[in-house]
Design a protein around this ligand. Sequence first.
Ligand code: ZN
Ligand code: ZN
Ligand code: ZN
Length: 367
Amino acid sequence: MQPEDIQLRLDRAQQGLRARGLDALLVTPGPDLRYLVGYDAVPLERLTCLVIPAQGQIRMVVPRLEEPAARASHAGGANIEIHTWGELDDPFALTARLVGSVSRIAVDDRMWAEKVLNLRGAMHGVEQVAGGLVMRELRQRKGPDEIAHLLEAGAAIDRVHAQVPGLLRAGRTEHEVARDIAELIIVEGHVSVDFVIVAAGPNGASPHHEASDRVLVAGEPIVIDIGGTMPSGYTSDETRMYCIGEPPADFATYYEVLFAAQAAAVTHVRPGVTCESIDAVARGVITDAGYGDYFVHRTGHGIGMETHEHPYIVAGNTLALEPGMAFSIEPGIYLPGRHGARIEDIIICGDEGAVVVNHRPRELVIA
Ligand code: ZN
Ligand code: ZN
Ligand code: ZN
């Protein structure tokens, strides 16, 4: 991140505050802090807090022992005043002094309750609101550098999926396969493994089943949904379906429906269409085929520095897509007690339509 990128994001945050009649935004370590000023601080008990007033100088409260780390980060090169505090000082009183006399402030959505409550105690009578209202406006529309990071993350997780067939053998457990996949997620360029879902047979009917000691057997469909975080801070998330040998006939029937639903939703993406209409397209195909009751979750979620962020692709979300918005399209069909399936790609809304981030074949992979 260049100092001018940071300045642009901070300016936009200040505009967002003024547009909502908020006096300040307080941001502790987490994705918002990393997004705004490029400081990837670990959330700990000592208070680090970026103080963004609706206008004027931006400051950051930093524990003295973390000052070198803060100055070495991108935040150190930006126009941000750093105020340090020692082990015996009260950082909440310091933050309150820097915020000054105000009536309504926003706190970042991921701030620990402990910090929220201590800040409330230090600023009597000041109303606190969720900072996500301001931050989502900034974060949900990705710039060219962010799109490049998402494409890079997508390519990395594609390379992991490409190696999955070689890991699937009857007699291995979901856990064993998941361990190998976790290793590959790192080998292929991620710095952390965020989740590894390996769900065979009936486990595949539970959308968020992770992995268990279930032994893989031939003829059982396997849901594999994996993702991690890249050195850039941007995340990957991709689901593909596998089977050792041929799947059961009932599975093959609904997999065709799911495939068509996912493709139709991707084709529907273009600037101006609403998030809920993308959900409706996927759900319509599945419902028309008689499987509507088995598609038990929304169609997708935004993605960026967090795997789940705005915009959500769900009924009721009337937000119109704009170029640069990035999200998953991942319909699923889950037959309790039998098996399930999901196909997931990350999509970026481009000027003409969907830019598809993931490129592994979406057909069932016979391992
Ligand atoms: Zn999920
Ligand atoms: Zn996923
Ligand atoms: Zn997802």
